[in-house]
Write a protein that binds this ligand. Sequence first.
Ligand SMILES: C[S@@+](CC[C@H](N)C(=O)[O-])C[C@H]1O[C@@H](n2cnc3c(N)ncnc32)[C@H](O)[C@@H]1O
Ligand code: SF4
Length: 312
Amino acid sequence: MVSLSQLAVIQIKGQKLPEMNNILRGLDSSRNLPGQLRVQLVDFCNEKCYFCHNEGRQDQHRVINENLMWKIIDASIMLSKFRVGFTGGEPTLNPMFSEYVLKLREKSAGVELTVTTNGSTLENLSSAVLERGINKLNISIHSLQRDKYKKITEKDLLDKVSRGLKRVAEFKNIDVFINMLVGSNNIKEIEDFVRYFSHFGYKINILDILGEDELKAPYGDIKKALEQVKKRLCVDEKIIELKPKIFHSKCEDCSFVPVCGEGEYLRVSVDSVLMPCMYRQDLFQSVHLDDDIDTTIRKVALGYRRVRYDDI
Ligand SMILES: C[S@@+](CC[C@H](N)C(=O)[O-])C[C@H]1O[C@@H](n2cnc3c(N)ncnc32)[C@H](O)[C@@H]1O
Ligand code: SF4
């Protein structure tokens, strides 16, 4: 099934995106930039989750352009934006993943780096990367039952993920969060997650499925199930939380509101496109290596300091 977000990603290929330099002239303040720059290091993955935004495509094998990536990261840092997220596809499958993590740390000790991963390769990461590179890990796990895990991801990697969790637990410097995406097929597992991850002391973020899917559980049902678990096990928001639907005021009139709620961030994709969210293809901006740094910064700033996206 192709979701709306997949459609946006598919449609963008081969399409010439608008040249924004004219519009960008005059934008020179970074005050309202989104807090985090998410960098899509690869567009492929070793799993195949049924709900995936299809960022982790298995028929592609693209990695981000390294020079362009640093140019955009540098621009963000120059604008005093210090939260960077590496994502994918499965970001740890980029052959340069460890180098990038360490290089980012060298560039600025103050940058907070979050890596969002399916956890299947964590056992192989070096101590240097885990000790001084990564500040925060979002590890996405959607079932603790081997068969169900296999059904959800189409891969039998739960044992590798478990070994990765054990390895990461040795590094107390990293804040670890578990991303559990809940649909009608695993809603009953929430309680098992709380019991299992309380041993690690990791917080669980419950996510609902964005976009359309037949296994999507209504947000209200997930909320109710979670409240019941919290009551039964006497746990609070510090242990487990349903990710709230966040909308920036400029998203107010957007037609994608019913399927979104991701909040504000800036994403750069493997194909060098800056996106304010997964859905608004009309706001995607292509960036080029030969753009001057000033233009890149302006592109980074684009829109994120306007009142509404529709004003752009
Ligand atoms: C696209 S993945 C990329 C990173 C990595 N492969 C992973 O799974 O964590 C980033 C996050 O988006 C979540 N995600 C994927 N498809 C989603 C969807 N349709 N709705 C909500 N979250 C989704 C994943 O569970 C994961 O936590
Ligand atoms: S592990 Fe992440 S990128 Fe891979 S299929 Fe699942 S959600 Fe998508």
